[in-house]
Design a protein around this ligand. Structure first.
Ligand code: ADP
Length: 399
């Protein structure tokens, strides 16, 4: 079965094609074809990168609109040096990462008009993401016709949060109108939980796990019996941990102060909290941790210390929700690559019997347990494979 995965964002889009046969492999397979399109490099241009048939192609194209660019990206599946199929009708199913499924979707679903309407309606909760996701679905309809499409939601894994964990203590009618904690990065947290159980050779349902997805966006989740019971992101992906350029949780009074004292508009506050805060806002250097580390200024050091402080205190909260801990997982750009962040985070939990093997931590581990043999809590570094997780969901639904 050939499964195409599309991860459509507002400033970039990633896609890959898997060819799967029964039985599915234990380890994530390499895709036949991988493509990426980036609209941030230059105004009016799009940077297209394709990897297939052992070749890597990079080209800058004139960008008319995102839908047309996506069609161009999909053409490289069946044309030129990156051709991996004869005709587009060889694709059996297409899976989409959809950021917001609201209260409507607790699991993946085959896309029809009702699903599309719901995704469009939920754009009021995720104005940057859901419209781009929908555009991805429509681009596939244009280029691949009636191929079955599947929506895999980033919120779905957290639909198991209890009412106590998901509501905000504001007037209850807002909860009834959908203002609640949804949580995000669900595809990654769920993948990491499954992979952790596999690597530890234990039943997922017997484990208490904390997964820390630390990329440009950051969130952690508390997972018990294979279900998410708590997570740091909430109504939007702005809540919780300090991130690359997002603030994470702040006192809502700060927003009121900015609007009252400095006459910030809604758009300005939104930009400040999403694009000018986090590592970038504090350090004044960059949202990229590597550059912040290299800067070695007073403010860059403060940014890193704040990042670690907030990560530790949120992990503490997750431990309380779980009432125990068997393993902690680090994933995504920072989680997978920064030995320093892992080490400094784990240091705070020595009292729990959590002990890092510093040699393993420094040795660029991938899908490995980096806890010392004597550690009471396991520490895993897992390369997150959201596309593979989406492909597996498609496989399950298609069969
Ligand atoms: P996204 O959330 O956009 O998917 P990634 O998961 O790729 O992002 O994470 C991107 C971040 O990972 C970068 O901004 C950078 O801060 C961090 N990162 C990547 N490699 C390293 C590294 N070797 N050391 C520290 N941080 C890294």
């Amino acid at each position: 079965m050939k499964i195409l995965v599309l991860n459509a964002g507002s400033s970039s889009q990633k896609s890959c094609l898997y060819e799967l046969t029964e039985p599915l492999p234990n380890d994530p397979p390499a895709p036949l074809w991988e493509a990426q399109i980036d609209w941030t490099a230059q105004a009016g241009k799009a940077l297209l990168k394709i990897k297939a048939n052992g070749k890597k192609i990079e080209q800058t194209i004139d960008s008319s609109d995102q839908a047309t660019d996506t069609l161009q990206l999909l053409k490289t599946l069946s044309e030129g040096d990156t051709k991996v199929i004869q005709h587009s009708n060889e694709v059996d199913v297409v899976g989409h990462r959809i950021v917001h499924g609201g209260q409507s979707y607790r699991q993946s679903v085959r896309i029809d008009q009702t699903v599309k309407d719901t995704i469009a309606d939920l754009a009021r909760f995720a104005p940057l993401h859901n419209p781009a996701n929908l555009q991805g679905i429509e681009a596939i309809e244009q280029s691949l016709g009636n191929v079955p499409q599947v929506a895999v939601f980033d919120t779905a894994f957290h639909s198991t949060l209890s009412a106590a964990a998901s509501l905000y203590p504001i007037p209850y009618e807002w909860y009834e109108k959908g203002v609640q904690r949804y949580g995000f990065h669900g595809i990654s947290h769920q993948y990491c939980a499954n992979r952790a159980a596999q690597l530890l050779e234990q039943d997922l349902h017997s484990l208490k796990l904390i997964t820390c997805h630390l990329g440009n966006g950051c969130s952690s989740a508390a997972i018990r019996n294979g279900q998410s019971i708590d997570t740091t992101m909430g109504f939007t992906p702005l809540e919780g941990l300090m991130m690359g350029s997002r603030s994470g949780s702040i006192d809502p009074g700060v927003v009121l102060y900015l609007m009252r004292e400095d006459h910030y508009s809604i758009d300005e506050v939104e930009k400040l909290l999403n694009k000018q805060s986090g590592l970038l806002g504090v350090s004044g250097v960059s949202s990229d941790l590597r550059q912040v580390v290299n800067a070695e200024t007073e403010r860059s050091t403060l940014a890193i210390e704040t990042y670690i402080h907030r990560l530790r205190s949120n992990i503490g909260a997750m431990i309380a929700s779980l009432e125990g801990l068997d393993a902690i997982v680090f994933t995504a750009g920072v989680g997978e690559n920064s030995a320093m962040i892992r080490s400094r985070t784990c240091e705070a939990f020595r009292w729990l019997g959590l002990e890092l093997d510093e040699g393993k931590n420094q040795a660029s581990p991938v899908d490995q347990n980096i806890a010392a043999l004597s550690s009471k809590v396991q520490i895993l570094v897992i390369h997150t494979e959201e596309d593979w997780a989406i492909a597996q969901e498609c496989w399950k639904l298609a069969r």
